[in-house]
Design a protein around this ligand. Structure first.
Ligand SMILES: [Zn+2]
Length: 426
């Protein structure tokens, strides 16, 4: 399959993949540091990347502008001006020391598809818009989905007061960038302007690779619940307190963590739980830990599933605390709902995947995406593209050119056959 090249629209299709990879590499050169890719919201690199992306949009036959939060917005008119649009897109900010594909692949693929349609003079009974979201990762201000929330009209003005590591507020950073913090509302779109939002993205996990598939249809963007746990026992002398009299907050936490893993392992239906942080005090070799803090990150393909798993976990770790005479406090620090991909869109993606000669395979997204915000104004769906080893948020993130090409051909076919939702489809 690696040398497969299928004629689409009268030219060798691998050209699309090569153009996309070339642009991915050009965009990756725009970085805070030359050796590690870092491109953060409202920086000079953000500006340079936006300029380059807008130039590609114009070359592809689109009008292009920067909106009130710094998203790049391209529009390819339909058979007549002003028609509602099929919106495609992804983000172009990165984490620190990032890979080059997370975000830009979906954005650049969408632009390349429009360029191909433009070259062939194709127009549709709908417009196509391509949006590059300015901040999805939330690195600078510890708040995610800023770009897509502005577009969805759900941007929370309170985050304007949050400050980055250097003490600069988001309000100040917007002004320095040349944007008006009091007019972010101007970036908002309304439901009647959008027929759907479809995002192509690297999988960021190992499932497609294990299945030997270049592309997959996303079933849902998994919701997540995060908790902070505090376990309180009794600190004491490591030499004088007998084992059976101890109330060790760290061994108690260890048993709880192992129980969380066991519950997720035996679920078998896509539940994933992670304890990514633990801290014990007083933290000395010869002192029994008196207090331990740890975090829990829990995700599942549906909200019902996640909530049921959460109450299971809470019940079981409370029992551990009780048996060990420890005090357990749990606080929910973050919660977001599962966003199911719309059935009528998944159907059309599946048709495009099958028409390109690939088996149709559905998988849930464990990672968050801009669709989580866009669902407030449009039905959403996603196409996943295989990435090497499932590695993401890491410089080793990699997509083969043939897979970039497969993703582009699926997206192109999807656009060319796109049928806006009729009442009967819902
Ligand atoms: Zn991403």
């Amino acid at each position: 399959m690696s040398n497969k090249s299928v004629a689409t629209g009268g030219r060798q299709a691998s050209a699309l993949g090569e153009e996309i990879v070339g642009r991915i590499n050009r965009l990756a050169a725009i970085s805070e540091t030359p050796d590690n890719l870092t491109r953060i919201f409202l920086t000079v690199e953000h500006r340079a990347a936006a300029d380059l992306i807008m130039a590609w949009m114009v070359e592809a036959g689109m009008s292009a502008h920067l909106d009130a939060i710094g998203n790049v917005c391209g529009r390819y008119e339909g058979e007549r001006p002003g028609l509602p649009c099929l919106m495609l897109g992804s983000h172009y900010d990165t984490v620190r020391d990032a890979g080059r594909w997370d975000g830009p692949l979906g954005l650049i693929t969408a632009i390349s598809c429009v360029a191909d349609l433009h070259k062939r003079g194709r127009r549709f009974p709908f417009a196509i818009e391509v949006t590059g979201f300015a901040d999805e990762e939330g690195v600078r201000f510890a708040s995610t989905l800023l770009g897509s929330r502005a577009v969805a009209g759900t941007f929370n003005e309170r985050v304007l007061a949050s400050r980055d590591g250097a003490g600069v507020s988001m309000r100040e950073a917007l002004v320095q960038f040349g944007l008006d913090p009091d007019h972010i509302g101007a970036a908002a779109r309304v439901r009647s302007e959008l027929l759907a939002y479809i995002e192509l993205h690297i999988e960021q996990g190992p499932v497609l690779e294990a299945k030997g598939l270049p592309v997959g249809v996303v079933s849902a963007i998994a919701g997540a619940t995060r908790l902070a746990a505090r376990v309180t026992g009794m600190a004491g002398h490591a030499g004088t307190v007998p084992m059976e009299l101890r109330r060790d907050a760290l061994t108690g936490a260890a048993e709880m963590i192992a129980k969380i893993e066991e519950l997720c392992l035996t679920d078998g239906r896509g539940l994933v739980g992670t304890v990514g942080y633990i801290h014990a005090t007083p933290g000395a070799t010869n002192v029994i830990p008196g207090e331990t803090h740890f975090t829990i990150d829990l995700r599942a393909p549906t909200d019902v599933h996640r909530n049921r798993a959460l109450s299971d976990i809470v019940r079981q770790i409370e029992a551990i605390a009780k048996r060990r005479k420890l005090e357990l406090r749990l606080d929910v620090t973050h919660e977001n709902r599962t966003v199911p991909c719309a059935l009528w869109l998944k159907t059309q993606i599946a048709e495009a995947v099958a028409a390109e000669g690939y088996p149709v395979f559905e998988l849930a997204s464990g990672a968050g995406h801009d669709g989580m915000a866009m669902v407030d104004i449009a039905d959403v769906a996603m196409v996943f593209v295989r990435c090497r080893g499932g590695i993401s948020h890491h410089p080793d993130e990699h997509v083969e050119v043939t897979d970039a090409d497969a993703g582009a051909r699926v997206l192109l076919r999807l656009i060319e056959n796109f049928r806006p939702q009729k009442a009967a489809d819902s």
